[in-house]
Write a protein that binds this ligand. Structure first.
Ligand code: NAD
Ligand code: TYD
Length: 338
């Protein structure tokens, strides 16, 4: 018996593997990751020497590698987190988003079905639902209306997962979560970007009027939701996860400046992101009622902890900024990724 986690060297994947190790201490965990710019083996440095943890360097679009990994390790459950995940990058070039998020998901589904995987948890995003006005929430019944190439590629993967259950009875479940924050998030995303810019005395770019709203959830709460879906979710179902914590971007930036004792004069309003979604807000009552899951991390405590983590791990950020983290893994695993 073993678990396969895809994308385990990324932000949520590494936090999820740590939670899985705690909850399932005697089960083998295999991490399949291509180590793109967002994948950093240092995110799981604490698992070095764990004989029940195994890293496979490879791409989820590689059919034979995926099939071999499932067979060699007798995988029974798959947690699929590997993805291209940044909206701004998808606007510049959608090619890797289609390859990994759409094609890669289908390759993984085909191989997992052929191998007889018993549970497949597909980790998706609230961005597939599009954008909200000032009122209302996304429920699992909200029609898909993705607005960015990233969101469209994730919606495509969700539909492929849905079809594999409908057509083949494959035991797949979809999760859709709101914006995560916490340790090990790549500093292209808003919160780690703001913290590391403040730390370095750099300006903070705020897109458009800064009044876009996101619903923030600590990555540990999301990881617990993915695990609860594996344990208690029903195949073919979708479960939304969110933090019940809406913040306008500009308010969040000001809170971070306050927490770090720096002036608001660091804020720079810059050109808006094309097609920028205005507001995300999640109704997660189905997950609460059916999975026994709930948000545990209070936002102000979680945010203060996150600031402390980035301040205590300046070396981690520095290695990313300088590109050193990639030189390390290239020497270990050869040149891969974007
Ligand atoms: P991330 O960009 O930090 O990490 C992605 C990981 O996937 C990296 O380790 C990368 O090397 C790996 N990867 C990329 N392409 C691959 C490929 N072809 N084969 C194998 N590995 C590959 O992303 P994240 O923020 O940790 O997001 C993880 C998942 O959660 C994604 O599916 C994302 O859509 C979803 N999600 C993210 C958020 C969020 O706020 N970050 C919210 C909801 C859902
Ligand atoms: P991001 O972290 O990229 O997540 P997503 O686009 O998936 O929600 O961005 C969060 C919000 O912050 C989003 O409304 C865009 C905005 N933003 C900025 O204003 N400035 C920035 O430099 C970044 C990266 C994001």
């Amino acid at each position: 018996m073993a678990f396969l986690v895809t994308g385990g060297c990324g932000f949520i994947g590494s936090n999820f593997i740590r939670l899985l190790r705690e909850r399932e201490p005697s089960t083998r965990i295999v991490n399949l990751d291509a180590l793109t710019y967002a994948g950093n083996p240092a995110n799981l440095a604490d698992l070095e020497g764990d004989v029940l943890y195994h890293f496979v360097h490879g791409d989820i679009t590689d059919r034979s590698l995926v099939a071999r990994t499932l067979t060699d390790h007798s995988i029974e459950a798959v947690f699929h987190l590997a993805a291209e995940s940044h909206v701004d990058r998808s606007i510049l070039d959608s090619t890797p988003f289609i390859a990994t998020n759409v094609t890669g998901t289908q390759v993984l589904l085909d191989a997992s079905r052929a191998h007889g995987v018993k549970r497949f948890v597909h980790v998706s995003t609230d961005e597939v639902y599009g954008s909200l006005g000032a009122e209302g929430f996304f429920t699992e019944q909200t029609p898909l209306a993705p607005n960015s190439p990233y969101a469209a590629s994730k919606a495509g993967s969700d539909l492929l997962v849905r079809a594999s259950h409908h057509t083949h009875g494959f035991p797949a479940i979809i999760t859709r979560c709101s914006n995560n924050y916490g340790p090990y998030q790549f500093p292209e995303k808003l919160i780690p970007l703001v913290i590391s810019n403040i730390e370095a005395g750099l300006a903070i770019p705020v897109y458009g009027d800064g009044l876009q709203v996101r619903d923030w959830i600590h990555v540990q709460d999301h990881a617990a939701g993915i695990y609860a879906t594996y344990k208690h979710g029903v195949p073919g179902e979708v479960y939304n996860f969110g933090g019940r914590c809406e913040r306008a971007n500009i308010d969040l930036v000001k809170t971070l400046l306050q927490l770090m004792g720096r002036p608001e004069s660091l804020i720079r309003y810059v050109a808006d992101r094309p097609g920028h979604d205005r507001r995300y807000a999640i109704d997660c009552s189905k997950a609460e009622q059916e999975l026994g899951w709930q948000v545990r991390v209070d936002f102000s405590e979680g945010l203060a902890d996150t600031v402390r983590w980035y301040r205590a791990n300046t070396g981690w950020i520095e290695k990313i900024r300088s590109g050193e983290y990639r030189r390390y893994y290239q020497s270990q695993y050869g040149h891969r990724g974007v």
